[in-house]
Write a protein that binds this ligand. Structure first.
Ligand code: AMP
Length: 427
């Protein structure tokens, strides 16, 4: 099916063609006609599936269908809520790009950027706002924005918004938006929490779910290096240097870990920068820009900071720490091998993380290939008896906890940036 067959207008078809897109992605083919038809939609689709265009294109078309160009000041008619500033910037770019032949004014409203400029632009009037919930609430409290004319509402990466504790803010915002509206809820995973959110926000929604991108894509080579924790950095520097990698995204668990690894790689002579939630918006933009334009080779990031990053054709992704939440493995490696390009996803796994590897492989329903010769003393990534299967100790008749899956508590106590899973934090 072509974009024209989906029912998009010439102004949008032109913009899409200029992006070089020839065919809609599955999520686009399935959601665009529904949204154009005025339906509420609950879509399960991850980054990399083309989800942003799947709500942006029909949203622009619906607004254009009854746009009063003479209306002054402009009424705010569409609100797109996203969890992070990075995603807001990316969605804003998409709205601008796809809407380049349409007369809409769009404003992006996020924390970490000047509130005065946002206030001025909001008061001046705009048709579409892309916002993170916290900053939007600030503007609502200051009466800079009127939500009573909203016709279309999008919640993007809704699961992340719930994870980040935005539910109360979302509820507050919802109370100010007319009930008579079209609502679209996008989420990487459709959990029971998301279904219950959908039940509160959507009206008779159509549910669309597309396959996870890249999870089993054959164009991504995945490899696991079993290695003691203290040698991970040395191995990483060796892999980057000996293979002459030009661009590598490295995932770590904590902000502190990101800063430390950044410094270590720099001292190994690798041009490196880090991206995490403690950095100012300016510093984050700079880090990303340097990575995209090739000024730095390695970008060290936490999962939260990396969410929403749109970097095309990333050749190498390294899990320096395995993610606490197995689904994040899929998000992480989905950053490589996009659009048919080949990519490499490497995980450096120490014995203490072996139980996380088990969880990831359970989710993927396949084993990740191990590198036989890492150049270091081999380590075992075997996990002993899972707690559920514990057999009573024959001599005492009591259950033996010595081989519990959970590792010993870690020293240092750095908190994961996601604040998510609690595993691995002692018994
Ligand atoms: P998203 O899932 O929205 O983060 O999009 C992932 C990437 O796919 C972005 O770089 C888009 O520019 C790109 N993209 C979106 N739709 C298409 C399409 N129909 N054909 C090719 N690339 C696309």
């Amino acid at each position: 099916m072509s974009f024209a067959q989906l029912g998009l207008s010439d102004a949008l078809l032109q913009a899409v063609a200029e992006q070089g897109y020839t065919d809609p992605t599955p999520v686009q083919s399935r959601t665009i006609p529904l949204i154009l038809d005025g339906k509420d939609v609950l879509a399960g689709a991850q980054t990399g599936t083309g989800k942003t265009a799947s709500f942006t294109l029909p949203l622009l078309q619906r607004l254009a269908e009854n746009h009063d160009i003479k209306q002054k000041p402009r009424k705010l008619r569409a609100l797109i809520l996203v969890p992070t500033r990075e995603l807001a910037a990316q969605v804003f770019e998409s709205v601008k790009t796809y809407g380049m032949y349409l007369p809409f004014r769009t404003e992006v409203v996020v924390g970490g950027a000047s509130i005065n400029m946002q206030t001025r632009n909001l008061r001046h009037g705009c048709d579409i706002v892309v916002a993170t919930p916290g900053r939007l609430i600030d503007h609502i409290n200051q009466r800079n924005v009127n939500l009573s004319n909203i016709e279309m509402l999008v919640l993007d990466e809704s699961d992340r918004m719930l994870d980040m504790g935005f539910l109360p803010d979302i509820r507050k915002i919802m109370a100010l938006i007319p009930k008579q509206r079209q609502s679209l809820l996008f989420s990487a995973t459709v959990s029971s929490a998301i279904k219950s959110l959908a039940a509160q926000l959507l009206n008779n929604p159509v549910e669309v779910e597309v396959a996870k991108p890249n999870a089993t894509a054959s164009n991504i080579t995945e490899r696991v290096y079993g290695i003691p924790r203290e040698y991970k950095r040395e191995l990483l520097s060796y892999l980057i240097g000996s293979n002459n990698w030009k661009q590598v995204l490295i995932f770590v668990r904590t902000r502190h870990g990101a800063d430390r690894l950044e410094q270590q790689l720099i001292s190994d002579g690798i041009r490196t920068t880090a991206l995490h939630g403690d950095k100012t918006q300016g510093a984050r933009n700079k880090a990303l820009e340097q990575f995209k334009n090739g000024k730095v080779t390695a970008l060290v990031a936490t999962d939260v900071a990396a969410r929403g990053l749109d970097i095309d054709d990333l050749p190498h992704v390294v899990n320096f720490d395995l993610p606490q939440v197995p689904e994040d493995y899929v998000h992480r490696i989905g950053r490589t091998g996009r659009a048919g390009a080949s990519g490499e996803a490497i995980s450096l796994v120490c014995p203490e993380e072996a139980y996380m590897l088990v969880e990831i492989e359970k989710l993927l329903k396949r084993e990740l290939p191990r590198v036989a010769d890492t150049g270091y003393e081999p380590v075992s990534l075997k996990v002993f008896d899972a707690p559920k299967k514990r057999a009573p100790n024959p001599s005492t008749g009591k259950k033996d906890y010595r081989h519990s899956k959970k590792p010993a508590p870690r020293r240092g106590g750095a908190k994961p940036e996601t604040g998510g899973g609690r595993r691995g934090r002692g018994r």
